[in-house]
Design a protein around this ligand. Structure first.
Ligand code: UDX
Length: 443
């Protein structure tokens, strides 16, 4: 298949490289000449494990190319994916679709022969209808079908998610288009990845419903964690106790500082708007958005409490800045709100992140960036783990404590065991893990 991927951002680049790896001939198009020049020189615009090698190999094999103009590539293509950004619109939080519609117009002007245009960007319900209208208006004679094929890629694990998906959702009622999509994903037959063929609007909504459900699951366990702290219970044991029920499942039940990233915050907000506009409000998701927003800032207050109620002129060391490990993405990262809250309360903040510091620098004025975790802890009155990078899971606690002025450890990801941290001389605060009073009475 000859495939064009419009947009060489996170989703477009990973999807394009994986489709090339399946054996298709893929052209990734992006308007940004610097990005294309960098990609041609083998430099990735994002940090994603394994992506540089995958891109290099497929470029070498002649299956993957990068262009700034889409005209020639679209003219020859069997399938054109739209994978441009859909940021939250300033003001109302609705997804900004201007890049999607601009891409549709440009694609329409270049179409020849039968072509399937596939929206991979996360777009609100009904966007496929609008993309189709734009294409038919621009190119009334084009032999084209417009399909929704949402992505479910996690940053940091995107290549594995693309190659071993739980499912592939294809929104089309056109049998020819369905056949093209089945051919594109044929290499996954061996993995027996289920392909769900649905209506276009159903596919669009499925993506939002999946992300909103996962965000709800995280927010639920985060509130249970707060309750655990209030009543003397352990959220990790509660999570396991409920997660082993097959109807609930153990995944996405890790209590933490609130979800961040490029998808959950934006997609939950966009879904709330869609539902309000359809006069069918999603009150649960509205609450999830509000609870998660206030949680990030509440984490700063938690750190302040752990420091005895005052951080003025104290030094707080923050380990982990990105919204999750294995990415350099700082979008909606809880660290931003936590650090702002600490600075507002008068703290000096030192920080370290294995991959995110370049992105973080511009967003975090006044923060001292350090060379590693131990350097970060130097002279600190508290050490706060915000992102659970593997490099932070087995730190030498004696060395850390020796570097710090006051040995307070606030572990917002529950990666340390309270008892062992205390044995190393730390005052330890996790999330939802106060000592169970009944366990205390029994021993
Ligand atoms: C997510 C979806 O998982 C993916 O399917 C979708 O297409 C894009 O959005 P991603 O944003 O890369 O992927 O990250 P994910 O691993 O889902 O984590 C999102 C946020 O939730 C992170 O801030 C993470 O730390 C947090 N999280 C996740 C928790 O706090 N607890 C959990 O149990 C799981």
């Amino acid at each position: 298949m000859r495939i064009v991927m419009v947009g060489a951002g996170y989703v477009g680049l990973v999807s394009g490289a994986c489709l090339a790896d399946f054996g298709h001939a893929v052209t990734c198009v992006d308007r940004d000449p610097d990005k294309i020049a960098a990609l041609e020189a083998g430099r990735m615009p994002i940090y994603e494990p394994g992506l540089d090698a995958l891109v290099a190999e497929n470029v070498r094999q002649g299956r993957l190319a990068f262009r700034t103009r889409l005209h020639e590539a679209v003219a020859e293509a069997d399938a054109v994916f739209i994978a441009v950004g859909t940021p939250s619109r300033r003001g109302d939080g609705f997804a900004d679709l201007s890049f999607v519609f601009a891409a549709a117009r440009e694609i329409a002007a270049a179409l020849t022969g039968h072509t399937v245009v596939i929206t991979k960007s996360t777009v609100p319900v009904g966007t496929g209808d609008e993309v189709e209208r734009i294409i038919r208006e621009t190119a009334p004679d084009a032999d084209v079908a417009v399909v929704s094929n949402p992505e479910f890629l996690r940053e940091g694990a995107a290549i594995a998610d693309f190659k071993r998906p739980d499912r592939i959702v294809v929104g089309t009622e056109d049998p020819r288009a369905e056949a093209v999509l089945r051919e594109i994903y044929r290499p996954l037959y061996l993995n027996a990845a289920p392909i769900l063929v649905t209506g276009r609007r159903t596919a669009e909504l499925t993506k939002y419903a999946a992300n909103a459900f996962l965000a709800t699951k995280i927010t639920f366990i985060n509130e249970i964690a707060d309750l655990c702290e209030a009543v003397g219970a352990d959220v990790q044991q509660v999570a396991r106790g409920i997660g082993l029920d097959g109807r609930i499942g153990t995944k996405f039940l890790h209590a933490g500082p609130g979800y961040g990233g490029s998808c959950f915050p934006k997609d939950t907000l966009a879904l709330v708007k869609t539902a309000q506009d359809a006069a069918s409000p999603l009150r649960i998701v509205e609450t999830v958005v509000a609870v998660n927003d206030s949680r990030k800032r509440a984490m700063a207050r938690k750190v302040i409490r752990a420091c005895g109620g005052n951080v003025r002129d104290k030094t707080v060391a923050v380990l982990g800045l990105t919204f999750k490990p294995d990415t350099d993405d700082m979008r909606e990262a809880p660290a931003l709100a936590v650090i702002a809250g600490l600075q507002d309360a008068g703290a000096r903040v030192r920080a370290y992140d294995p991959e995110g510091m370049d992105q973080a620098r511009a967003l975090l004025p006044g923060v001292a960036f350090t060379g590693d975790a131990y350097d970060c802890a130097e002279g600190a009155d508290a050490l706060v783990i915000v992102t659970e990078w593997n490099a932070f899971r087995a730190l030498d606690l004696d060395r850390l404590r020796a570097a710090m002025r006051t040995p307070v450890l606030v572990d917002l990801r529950n990666i340390y065991d309270a008892a062992s941290a205390e044995r190393h001389g730390f005052t330890y605060q996790g999330i939802g893990r106060v000592k169970d009073c009944t366990a205390g009475q029994a021993s």
